[in-house]
Design a protein around this ligand. Structure first.
Ligand code: F6P
Length: 326
């Protein structure tokens, strides 16, 4: 393969996501297959500033598809937010002979990549975040596994809530977006889902529903709260005060970010990793890898970051209709 780059770097940045390791493996192995050297950079942009990097071989990424977390570690670097930090990172790339960089993470990671690109480094981003909140792509690595991890816990909670005839209020991650909560809510058959994209009236939209369902004989309830929509604790207190139902709060927290990636995340991460190296080898820069209709493509970073991702309205409408059931 006649590649425009001879040596590339790969890093993970921001919150980790299951499948990041599979993406690293794909980047390293694809680079080697294309005759490109690959360097791993530890702790994201902090490692780039510190020059904390090492050459990666095909063997270094053995057995990575099934491993959660990121072997390259991750960080949110304050120094990299500054012009001086960005310049230092770009200078280090040149000093180390890195002529292309694959950055794996979410929107903060892509803003960093965009800055490096302005300093003359060829960059391509791979979307990996359990929040699935990157507008230019339908899917981000880690989302499916995180949804399944949440569901596993919620199914267990339902058993105990049923036994005690209680209401369970469960807070899930998602930062400022409700994608994770929406899918988890559907999959869990939740009574109600609170997401930041939809304003609700607690008494009318949740409590009345619970009251009616109780009259029909239902004895346990599951309410999903996206972290960006408010605190599960205060929702639980209001529900308890207005209905008298014994209510318990569970904040699922960082458990949602860990664990073995599921098949969907392993496969999409591998495809995205391959595509990212293709982009750099073709001499392109300032791109984000995207995934739409079962295909990988790429978009300009500035354009991608300017897009807005709303929730899937038709999915919300289905949820709304179905939640009013038994
Ligand atoms: O972006 C991924 C995410 O897990 C969000 O859902 C959450 O708001 C945030 O990261 C938590 O960040 P930290 O790991 O720094 O607490």
């Amino acid at each position: 393969m006649n590649s425009a780059v001879k040596r590339i770097g790969v890093l993970t940045s921001g919150g980790d996501a299951p499948g990041m390791n599979a993406a690293i493996r794909a980047v390293v192995r694809t680079a080697i297959a294309f005759g490109i050297e690959c360097v791993g950079i530890r702790r994201g942009y902090a490692g780039l500033i510190a020059g904390d990097m090492f050459p990666m071989t095909a063997k270094d990424v053995n057995g990575l598809t099934e491993r959660g977390g990121t072997i390259l570690y991750t960080a949110r670097s304050k120094e990299f937010m500054t012009e001086a930090g960005q310049k230092r990172a770009a200078d280090n790339c040149r000093y180390m002979g890195i002529d292309g960089l694959v950055t794996i993470g979410g929107d903060g990671t892509f803003r960093g990549a965009e800055a490096l690109s302005k300093h003359g480094v060829s960059v391509v981003g791979i979307p990996a975040t359990i929040d699935n909140d990157i507008a230019c792509t339908t899917y981000t690595i880690g989302y499916d596994t995180a949804c399944n991890t949440a569901i596993e816990s919620i199914d267990k909670l339902r058993d105990t809530m049923k036994s005690h005839e209680r209401c369970s209020v469960i807070e899930v991650m998602g930062r400022n977006a409700g994608h994770l909560a929406l899918y988890v809510g559907i999959a869990a058959g939740a009574t109600s889902v609170l997401i930041p994209e939809k304003e609700i009236n607690l008494e009318k939209d949740i409590v009345d529903k619970i009251r009616k369902a109780r009259l029909r004989g239902r004895t346990h309830f599951t309410i999903i709260v996206a972290e960006g929509a408010g605190s599960a604790q205060s929702v639980a207190e209001e529900v308890k005060n207005l209905t008298g139902i014994d209510t318990r709060v569970t904040v699922l927290g960082h458990v949602q970010r860990g664990g073995q990636p599921l098949v969907r995340d392993r496969v999409i991460a591998t495809r995205m990793g391959y595509h990212a190296v293709e982009v750099l080898a073709a001499g392109q820069t300032n791109r984000i890898v995207t995934y739409h209709n079962d295909k990988c493509d790429d978009v300009d970073i500035d354009e991608g970051l300017a897009m807005h991702k709303g929730i899937e309205e038709e999915v919300y409408a289905i949820l709304d209709a179905i939640m009013t059931g038994a």
